[in-house]
Write a protein that binds this ligand. Structure first.
Ligand SMILES: NC(=O)c1ccc[n+]([C@@H]2O[C@H](COP(=O)([O-])OP(=O)(O)OC[C@H]3O[C@@H](n4cnc5c(N)ncnc54)[C@H](OP(=O)(O)O)[C@@H]3O)[C@@H](O)[C@H]2O)c1
Length: 430
């Protein structure tokens, strides 16, 4: 490795351009902190002629980012193209095989191939940096891998998708429905034209799978994540949550239990007075619970050119300084293969909202379905009275096994007087 650290950037979109801007603006400070200069030695994107907010005409251009990744005159390859497979994966694999360290913001890649890439990188003696892949500018990987290294982490959870948090916060503030707020978020550029990765919980699942591996020193297991998105959250449920003293948040939650790991992504009710309930708009937050440190919370911007660039450059500075840590906190060859526990076995409280015909005997039928599954009701609300018409009935339960609730809800859904599929939202006691 030359004294100057030569980097190649694959992808010059939002994050790639932001990274170049940061390196340009803070070059002196970064060189001082690294003890050596950093040189952008090569770049690649699809279209060389595209207008970009950065100047790189004097930098070597590659039409093929994979060829760039294998170039011997490079020390570090920064992959900012995106996608779980295809060119991004080939860039990372080629760079590692060529003995180059890799930095990526690509959570889809890490969630899908993280274990294999970590093993390849560590076998090759290079670093795989991915701080930017989880919670953007919030340095949560560093916090877990370094700051909390002496702790046994029992649970980690967070708001990991700014688009969903923006939509849920705005629904609450404006009392509007999901589709309406999503359309506005798309206009404002907070949501993609195809929002499914965000609103269906996939992006949160990617980040949670990565966090789980770092927190518990286990293989990345995306298939083990139970995923539900926010499309079914209604303004009515948000209003009831407020009334009951909760906020609805899309959380990714990973916890150790019964020799395995639970990984859950779903919209849930959290007490309105705890810090994470008050993380609003596009902000992200991650909470970790360690046996000696207690509970810590990190909050900040989870996306955007500059916050994400901040995380990319933090990894770059580590590499320039010669700091190298196991990718997922323990050496990749020693990562545990922890069984993922099914959501049906998860025990927790539930909120259930039904739309029922207001007539005698309805509540008794619902209560019987709950009783037969040994579900203990904490509260039942039926305010509106409109005989013969549809009214909402809200039930909250004490701790219940997921499978018991599934069975009770299936039976309740079949009742003639229940007009819509029951809406269930889990209540998390955080
Ligand atoms: N945007 C964020 O706030 C954010 C936050 C955290 C993590 N990330 C992650 O960061 C990565 C990049 O995201 P982004 O938002 O910066 O994406 P983006 O704006 O769409 O940029 C993607 C870049 O990749 C280039 N590219 C695409 N296919 C290519 C190919 N076959 N060969 C060479 N270059 C190719 C594009 O080239 P052209 O410009 O020529 O089309 C573009 O410059 C993704 O993994 C994303 O999940 C993004």
């Amino acid at each position: 490795m030359s004294t100057t650290l030569r980097i190649a950037i694959a992808g010059l979109g939002t994050v790639g351009a932001g990274t170049l801007q940061l390196l340009e603006a803070n070059g002196d400070l970064i060189a001082a902190r690294c003890g050596r200069p950093i040189q952008v030695a090569a770049v690649s994107a699809r279209d060389r002629r595209k207008q970009r907010p950065v100047e790189f005409s004097a930098t070597r251009w590659f039409d093929d980012p994979v060829a760039m990744a294998g170039d011997p005159d490079i020390d570090v390859v920064i992959e900012l193209i995106g996608g779980a497979d295809g060119v991004a994966k080939r860039v990372a694999e080629t760079a590692i095989a060529a003995g180059h360290s890799v930095i990526t913001a690509n959570k889809a890649l890490l969630a899908t191939h993280g274990t294999a890439l970590a093993r390849a990188a560590e076998a090759a003696g290079v670093t795989l940096g991915y701080e930017a892949a989880v919670a953007g500018g919030v340095p949560v990987i560093k916090t877990l891998r370094e700051g909390l290294a002496g702790n046994r982490v029992s649970r980690i959870y967070g708001i990991l998708n700014g688009t969903c948090n923006y939509i849920l916060s705005t629904m609450r503030d404006t009392k509007r429905e999901f589709t309406d707020v999503l359309a506005e978020a798309q206009k404002l550029g907070y949501a993609e034209a195809d929002p499914s990765f965000d609103v269906d919980g996939v992006d949160t699942a990617h980040k949670l799978a990565i966090l789980t591996a770092v927190a518990f020193g286990c293989e990345v297991n995306l298939a083990g994540v139970h995923v539900e998105g926010i499309r079914d959250v209604s303004a009515l449920d948000i209003a009831y949550a407020d009334e009951l003293g909760f906020r609805i948040k899309l959380l990714g939650i990973a916890s150790r239990a019964n020799g395995g790991v639970e990984q859950r992504v779903y919209p849930c009710m959290v007490p309105a007075n705890i810090p994470i309930a008050n993380v609003e708009g596009v902000f992200n937050a991650v909470v970790a619970e360690g046996d000696f440190v207690g509970t810590i919370l990190a909050e900040g911007r989870g996306a955007g050119a500059w916050p994400t660039a901040s995380a990319v450059v933090a990894d770059l500075i580590d590499i320039a300084r010669g700091a190298s840590l196991p990718t997922f906190a323990v050496p990749a060859k020693d990562l545990a293969k922890l069984p993922s526990l099914p959501i049906e076995d998860h025990v927790g409280c539930h909120y259930v909202r039904l739309m029922v015909v207001d007539k005698p005997g309805v509540i008794a039928d619902i209560a019987a379905a709950l009783r037969d599954e040994e579900i203990s009701v904490e509260a039942l609300l039926q305010r509106a009275r409109a005989p013969g018409e549809a009214v909402p009935v809200v039930i909250t339960t004490h701790d219940t096994r997921g499978q018991a609730m599934d069975k009770a809800l299936a039976r309740i859904a079949r009742l003639d007087s229940v007009l819509e599929p029951p809406r269930r939202i889990r209540i998390e006691s955080l």
